[in-house]
Design a protein around this ligand. Structure first.
Ligand code: MG
Length: 474
């Protein structure tokens, strides 16, 4: 397909592999600084283009708690009704609630206004199809082309759309209630971080019979309490409160709650790779084997755990859409990225923080384990990361050239993949070389069974990388 580059402003530029051509859509939709990159004008054009492309008769629109959300929503809705699409307004709800609503209300498309875990001055538009999958690269390219050409199918004045407010949360909670039945009154501390799950997550946990303490459970687009990205550092308050209250678990979400993070009963932040591997193993155990999906950056502990239950791991590029697509294609039982974005295909195809939290509690109950006991089943490997400076104009070429170099340097490799950068599986670990999407860097990630193994692989790969970069830098 011919790709017409959209004229970028500053930060919405997504650098592609071939050159520095900027794209409107990245792997997480349109993303940028509100009113600088992402203006109401752009939101309006995206809505007009999507409605034109999808011939949308019905659309669902939701937003997270960012201050620019309402402004962008108005522009978006205006574009949709102009194309004759009726719009269901879901208000401030998590991204997975929106995705589920698109499917459940029989809409043609859904729009989530969110910049996920990014700082408050950002916003974004994520587009979902009627299967609850976010738009694929090909669909986004078509929309981008329509935006660039301003080819919009405006409706006759008699046929412009109408707007209606809906309670998508109620519908979503009905789905959770059918999926999860808890016996134990779990003592839970939940931290929505003033983001999109501010109301829904405490409500869901109470509905499931948990004893809930909620913090940062008010909508606040400044994210005053903590960064919207859940990390060990940003969840320190949650960890302390779990410990002080003697709670069973701490649960946190990112800004739009498509990601979940856990704190164990001792106040320890649960490593994302290990919780993914532990839950993935349980999904395989339940189904008696099958496929689980993760990305190229996830720890090999996912494979270690999957193998215990006769499961197979399929690895994709980094980006939740690739996980969802692979799950659908492979008929996988579960999938996720090691940032807490987990997909449960039995319910829908969007990463879902609140549903993951409910299913995680159900898993603990099924196994009769505390959080730390459940996670301790998963081996802990050593991960090392190096950034090697490399000019943008040849960073992708260097990575390509390394395919052959790395194979020669590590002749006893057990797996090789170029699905995203170059990934080599070795007997005692693995390595991944990727060009940074935004910076003049090549990123090396290494994991080893032991520290010695990880350091050996890193030293060897780093030397090769520097050598290859020098060839071009001369
Ligand atoms: Mg997110």
């Amino acid at each position: 397909m011919r790709r017409i580059p959209f004229k970028p402003t500053k930060l919405n530029m997504q650098v592609t592999d071939a050159d520095s051509m900027a794209k409107l859509f990245g792997s997480s939709g349109v993303r940028g600084l509100a009113n600088i990159d992402l203006t109401p004008l752009l939101a309006n054009k995206v809505a007009l283009a999507v409605a034109t492309y999808a011939e949308a008769k019905k659309a669902v629109v939701a937003r997270d708690t960012r201050l620019s959300g309402q402004m962008l929503e108005n522009a978006l809705v205006s574009g949709l009704v102009a194309c004759g699409s009726d719009v269901l307004l879901a208000g401030m709800v998590p991204t997975p609630v929106l995705a589920y609503a698109v499917k459940a209300f029989g809409a043609d498309v859904g729009f989530m206004l969110t910049a996920s875990h990014n700082p408050p001055q950002y916003n974004g538009i994520k587009v979902f199809s009627n299967t609850s999958l976010s738009f694929t690269d090909a669909e986004q390219d078509t929309v981008e082309e329509l935006v660039a050409q301003e080819k919009f199918a405006l409706a006759n004045w008699r046929r412009v759309g109408k707007t209606t407010t809906i309670d998508a949360s109620q519908l979503y909670l009905g789905m959770v209630q059918k999926a999860v039945l808890l016996q134990k009154p779990w003592q839970v501390v939940v931290d929505p971080g003033c983001g999109a799950a501010f109301e829904l997550a405490p409500r869901m946990l109470k509905m499931l019979g948990c004893k809930v303490t909620a913090l940062n459970a008010q909508a606040d687009g400044y994210f005053p309490a903590r960064k919207s990205e859940p990390t060990a550092e940003s969840l320190q308050d949650l960890a302390k409160i779990v410990k002080v209250l003697g709670a069973d678990i701490g649960i946190a979400f990112d800004g739009d709650a498509d990601r979940v993070a856990f704190v164990d009963e001792d106040g320890g932040f649960v490593n994302f790779d290990r919780s993914l591997a532990a839950y993935g193993a349980l999904a395989l155990k339940r189904s008696g084997g099958g496929v689980i999906v993760t990305n190229v950056e996830a720890s090999m502990c996912v494979e270690t755990m999957a193998e215990k239950f006769g499961g197979k791991v399929v690895r994709t590029k980094v980006g939740d859409i690739y996980i969802s697509e692979a799950i659908k294609r492979e008929g996988a039982v579960f999938g996720g990225e090691p940032c807490g974005a987990w997909v449960h295909p039995q319910h829908h195809f969007c990463p879902d923080g609140p549903l993951s939290a409910a299913l995680f509690l159900s898993a603990l109950e099924e196994e009769g384990k505390s959080v730390s006991e459940f996670i301790s089943e998963v081996p802990e490997y050593i991960t090392l990361r190096e950034n090697i400076p490399c000019k943008n104009e040849f960073k992708y070429r260097v990575v390509k050239e390394l395919e052959a170099t790395l194979k020669t340097a590590f002749p006893r490799f057990t797996g090789f993949s170029t699905v995203d950068g170059v990934r080599l599986a070795l007997k005692e670990g693995w390595l991944l070389v990727r060009a940074s999407g935004t910076e003049p860097l090549i990123r090396l990630t290494v994991e080893g069974e032991s520290e010695v193994a990880a350091k050996d692989i890193t030293a060897k790969a780093t030397a090769l990388l520097h050598k290859q970069v020098e060839v071009h830098q001369k």
